[in-house]
Write a protein that binds this ligand. Structure first.
Ligand SMILES: [Zn+2]
Ligand SMILES: [Zn+2]
Length: 371
């Protein structure tokens, strides 16, 4: 497998924090991976964020870790003998803080240009007149649908947003340039992209991770954030929800699958619990499809016992330790994403007051291909 070609430049801790790896592609191009710390813990631990430096005529960095880790990232980049000021561009894999929080610091030191999918630029700024609540008016549009309570956002996110709002973002060129193919892969986040480098290495961001499944967004978010989006996006599933996510997996498989055994470099858990996670692209995509299929099946089984709220379904499906603290919000959102897909196939109906009922059909499998 190609991932066996990864060379450890610096060892990190058992989760990979502080680790540096390198891959030299057959094209001769060097890619570096730098793992910067994340501070989430417990059962929702993702491990560090893996940020990648793609060398070549126009070197670029994909992501810059969480807020507060940008300078550490620059030190790591310098430690491999690469002058960070040579970084021309920072590509944002998607607009989550564990990927773009460090960009402000990195730009301050390098002057690099920041580029992201068009939807990122639309959603990263506040639009007070259209915000769904007074409190949300202070936050960028991307936060209007955050599952966390507003008290959490007030405490943790304001500084990050203030910094991010100062950045100039240019739209990512979807034709990428020599050897670089860019795919829009919404689902986990509306602005997610995957990059294929020389047909040999795939940087899927959070869209494909080993061992964990990225949290899908919800189609209902589309109507909420629509005032901030250009008119060309007409349907929720072009940007949001589990259907978008499944389609993105299919697009990635189609693009990268044509090249055979691709080196997959995910944004989390490349290395975890003292070992590398080698990703076979086809197999991992199949596992992800099966995971969401099984989840839909179980939510439908629960709903077949009678009308229930998202939280009630979550409490029956997820292990109690995953529901502690903010876990219940994340778990309920996960149920909502799957139920939207099943509502689209007619298996579930959303009732007034937030409850759901099953209709007795099981048509959702049509979204997953034969299994
Ligand atoms: Zn993410
Ligand atoms: Zn992430």
């Amino acid at each position: 497998m190609r991932s066996e070609r990864l060379e450890v430049i610096r060892q990190g801790d058992s989760s990979g924090n502080g680790m540096i790896v390198r891959a030299i592609l057959c094209s001769g191009r060097a890619l570096y991976g730098f793992a910067t710390e994340n501070f989430y813990g417990g059962d929702w631990d993702l491990g560090p964020t893996w940020n990648y430096l793609v060398c070549g005529d126009k070197p670029f960095l994909v992501d810059a870790g969480r807020r507060g880790t940008g300078l550490h990232l620059l030190e790591m980049i310098a430690s491999v003998g690469f002058d960070p000021r040579e970084i021309e561009t920072i590509v944002v894999s998607h607009g989550h803080e564990d990927h773009d929080g460090g960009i402000f610091e990195v730009v301050g030191k390098t002057g690099a240009r920041v580029t992201a999918h068009e939807a990122y630029g639309c959603l990263m700024r506040p639009l007070p007149g259209a915000a769904p609540s007074r409190e949300k008016a202070r936050f960028p549009v991307s936060c209007w649908c955050c599952p966390m309570p507003i008290s959490f956002s007030m405490r943790n996110c304001l500084d990050y947003h203030a910094e991010r709002a100062k950045l100039t973002i240019s739209d990512l060129e979807m034709n990428g340039g020599a050897g670089i193919e860019v795919l829009h892969t919404p689902g986990h986040s509306p602005d997610a992209v995957a990059l294929l480098i020389d047909g040999e290495a795939l940087l899927p961001g959070d869209t494909i991770l080993p061992g964990i499944t990225p949290h899908p967004s919800q189609e209902r978010f589309f109507d909420i954030v629509r005032p901030a989006l250009p008119k060309k996006w007409r349907e929720a599933q072009e940007l949001f929800g589990l259907r978008a996510y499944l389609r993105s997996l299919a697009k990635i498989e189609q693009m990268a699958g044509a090249f055979g055994d691709v080196l997959v470099l995910p944004s989390h858990r490349l290395y975890y619990r003292d070992g590398f996670n080698h990703i076979g692209l086809k197999e991992r995509i199949e596992e992800l499809l099966q995971h969401h299929f099984d989840r839909c099946s179980d939510f439908l089984r629960i709903l077949n016992t009678g009308p229930q709220s998202l939280q009630e379904v979550a409490r029956q499906h997820f292990r109690p330790e995953l529901l502690k603290g903010h876990g219940i919000h994340l778990a309920s959102d996960e149920v909502a994403s799957h139920c939207e897909l099943m509502a689209a196939s007619g298996d579930v109906v959303f009732l007034e007051g937030g409850k759901l009922i099953a209709t007795g059909t099981k048509n959702f499998s049509s979204f997953f291909g034969p299994r």
